[in-house]
Design a binder for this molecule. Structure first.
Ligand code: SF4
Length: 445
């Protein structure tokens, strides 16, 4: 049994007070009793809140006061503000331990372990926080030809409908040097196409002082990568310099995936998205001027709280007029703990379904128009799935799904091959590719 004393400082809601109380009980069971007024404490726990900026400010004041009043105590900061601002807290002189929401269930155990050590103060602060968990870039093999290179995790945006920032923590990324090594490894394993992925990849570099633009410039220099695709990037982070660079690059494909989420400015405001329809439209126009053949895939959500009939019609009208190639339509689902739940207007499941069907039909129309405009062209296709008796399939540089005419016989697998696009396949999900005279394999572009 430990023979120690603790003081507790709690800010915020009743839940925090309840949690501090049960933490106190668990520590007490291990021999860490509550210090009485004037007694010297061995550990001081500040359980924080961050519901508003004022709450965060009060937490910083409370932490500083606790450090001043208990200079020799193990200083532990936990709770919501520790979740949101672990980096700032760990930089405060006198803080020994930061425990975020994901780790608070283990808080008593972590504190007891530390109190059992011979020297509790003046060690490197320990941080039990997802947001400061080291980011290890990873590259996983998808289909035979494609690799997924994870360059970033977490998100700092807190869109009102989204749980990802709570579940995955704050934005963090690996270094450009480490990510380049991963891309080189993918090439060594025969990868031809690398999809750059992450939760909010445009935010890449926040945790390392680098930038997404510098990342793509470095990746572009990796020898033998035939194709890069950028999985999804927020419109406000898709800068003109990124678009211009991709337009010039032989390795970055003319293909973007941009989340719109709604074509109504009022709904975007309710979602706390960081752009409006004007900015989104200007990005699409800029891409199309730089890369007229670029495929643009767009995410859109229907039935979010606050999306009245009138606002959905606004959204639909905007979606109809922008020059994009396909929509990925999602129906809003309620997520516990998200700010959207405070918006009173709810959309019924039936209406969500109707809206979703209308957008899917619009998306099909746009995709077919985009495909049709390429009939007769010769485009490079990265072939995959070519087995005896089965047509090869693949995607063009600008993400048109191609099925190779079976008369062409068995085609090379995992190779970039030029095909003439002759028309739609039977179910209109792809264009048919025909071999062309003087076929060139493994084309460099
Ligand atoms: S929707 Fe995307 S940008 Fe918004 S909070 Fe979620 S992950 Fe972040």
């Amino acid at each position: 049994m430990l023979d120690k004393k603790a003081v507790y400082v709690t800010l915020g809601c009743k839940l925090n007070f309840a949690e501090t109380s049960s933490l106190g009980d668990r520590l007490e069971a291990a021999g860490v009793r509550r210090a009485v007024r004037g007694e010297k404490a061995d550990v001081c726990v500040v359980n924080t809140c961050t519901v508003t900026e004022t709450s965060s400010h009060k937490c910083r004041q409370a932490i500083n006061r606790a450090i001043r009043e208990n200079p020799d105590a193990l200083m532990v900061v936990m709770g919501c503000y520790a979740q949101m601002a672990a980096r700032e807290i760990v930089a405060m002189t006198g803080v020994d331990m930061v425990i975020d929401m994901e780790h608070k269930a283990r808080a008593a155990e972590l504190i007891i372990e530390r109190l059992q050590e011979s020297r509790v103060k003046n060690q490197e602060p320990s941080v039990e926080s997802q947001c400061l968990m080291p980011f290890v870039p990873s590259c996983s093999r998808g289909e035979r030809t494609r690799f997924f290179l994870k360059v970033q995790d977490g998100c700092d945006y807190f869109c009102t409908y989204c749980v990802i920032p709570f579940a995955r923590g704050r934005s963090r990324n690996g270094s450009i040097a480490d990510i380049v090594k991963q891309a080189e490894n993918a090439v060594a394993q025969g990868g031809k196409e690398i999809v750059i992925t992450g939760v909010n990849i445009g935010d890449f570099g926040k945790s390392t002082g680098e930038s997404f633009f510098n990342l793509i410039k470095a990746l572009d220099k990796v020898e033998c990568v035939e194709r890069y695709r950028i999985s999804s990037i927020e419109p406000n982070l898709l800068t003109e310099e990124i678009i211009d660079f991709c337009a010039e690059s032989r390795r970055f494909m003319p293909h973007f995936h941009i989340p719109l989420q709604s074509g109504s400015d009022e709904v975007l405001r309710l979602m706390h998205r960081r752009y409006d329809t004007e900015l989104f439209a200007s990005r699409v126009d800029y891409i199309k001027k730089a890369m007229p053949d670029c495929f643009i895939g767009v995410d859109i959500i229907v039935g979010t709280r606050g999306e009245t009939d009138e606002l959905f019609e606004e959204s639909f009208a905007f979606a109809s007029k922008i020059d994009v190639s396909q929509f990925h339509v999602f129906s809003y689902s309620e997520r516990p703990g998200t700010a959207a739940l405070r918006i009173p207007y709810k959309v019924t499941e039936k209406v969500k379904h109707e809206r979703s069907q209308r957008l899917i039909a619009l998306s099909e129309q746009k995709r077919k128009n985009f495909y049709s405009s390429h009939i007769g062209q010769v485009r490079p296709v990265l072939t995959e799935h070519s087995h005896i008796g089965l047509a090869a399939k693949g995607f063009t540089d600008n993400y048109i799904h191609v099925e190779v005419d079976t008369a062409a016989g068995v085609q090379p697998d995992n190779a970039v091959v030029n095909y003439r696009l002759t028309g739609f396949n039977e179910d209109q999900t792809a264009l048919v590719g025909k071999t062309i005279e003087h076929q060139t394999l493994n084309i460099e572009y």
